[in-house]
Write a protein that binds this ligand. Structure first.
Ligand code: HEM
Length: 248
């Protein structure tokens, strides 16, 4: 007797590991980032605490950035569910979005082995923001507290000629060339703004993403949440992306 449902392989091991390490590190970065922003209100004062929080944020950020860089590599060399083509909207996207939207309105949601068309949009936006946060954060780490990968370049630039750049501490005033410090501040300021507003946007997108996933889990019955642990989806309907560039 054939069963009314079929088991499909969806997210590869690399995608699942990336996803959960990303969730943990992003939540930790948001948590420490918010403490940094509201430290006065929280009664945290003094330069040591300020620098300590930034250092903690940056150390977690290195795990986040390494995970993201590995994920980007897998988007080029990984299995079908890891590739850019699994989520970046390409030709025929608008048509699939309309058709998915119509199926939702009719109360018979189309099922997918990989991302549904709205999910593709969300994942593309999330990835773009994560990359912007990584790049602006790495620049801030160098220009704000002399941390790698650009920290030694920055300290060598601002140090007075007779001062060893490696001896410079974050926010130290002595031994620093004033004009170069002013130029550095002008350079780093927009990256701070980009970093902060991208973090706000990311928080908003995370709320939308989690709401959409929970809604899909309840209404579309494709076990979306458990599939990010098991790598498998159990579908009743024939998936729209079966055999069409679908994950393996
Ligand atoms: C999802 C990833 C990230 C989120 C959500 C995030 C969030 C934040 C937030 C909310 C702040 C406080 C902004 C402010 O006080 O104006 C901040 C500051 C900072 N972040 Fe991140 N961050 C992320 C990734 C990174 C990465 C990858 C690095 C690089 C190592 C980094 C380095 C920094 C540094 C150095 C600061 C302090 C400098 C500043 O005030 O701009 N962040 N981050």
């Amino acid at each position: 007797m054939s069963l009314p449902y079929k088991n499909y392989n969806t997210w590869s091991v690399s995608v699942r590991w990336f996803h959960w390490i990303n969730v943990l590190t992003v939540l930790a970065l948001i948590f420490v980032g918010l403490i940094m922003m509201y430290k006065k209100e929280l009664g945290i004062t003094g330069i040591e605490a300020k620098v300590g929080l930034k250092e903690l944020h940056v150390i977690i950020a290195y795990i986040f950035a390494t995970n993201l860089i590995i994920r980007i590599l897998f988007a080029f060399i990984g299995s079908a569910s890891a590739r850019f083509s699994a989520f970046i909207p390409t030709k025929g996207y608008m048509q699939s979005l309309h058709s998915y939207h119509a199926s939702l309105k009719a109360g018979k949601p189309q099922q997918f082995i990989g991302h549904n068309p709205l999910g593709k949009l969300a994942v593309t936006a999330l990835f773009s923001l994560l990359i912007i946060l990584m790049l602006s954060g790495l620049i801030r780490a160098g220009t704000d507290i002399y941390y790698p990968p650009f920290g030694s370049l920055v300290s060598s630039y601002v140090a007075e000629q007779d001062v060893n750049p490696d001896s410079l501490r974050p926010y130290q005033k002595e031994g620093i060339n004033k004009d170069k410090l002013a130029a550095l501040n002008a350079f780093k300021s927009p990256f701070g703004k980009i970093h902060k507003y991208s973090a706000y946007l990311l928080m908003l997108l995370i709320i939308l993403h989690v709401t959409a996933v929970v809604r899909a889990e309840i209404k579309e019955g494709d076990r979306l949440i458990s599939s990010m642990f098991s790598g498998k989806k159990i579908l009743i309907e024939k998936p729209q992306d079966d055999g069409k560039n679908s994950p393996s």
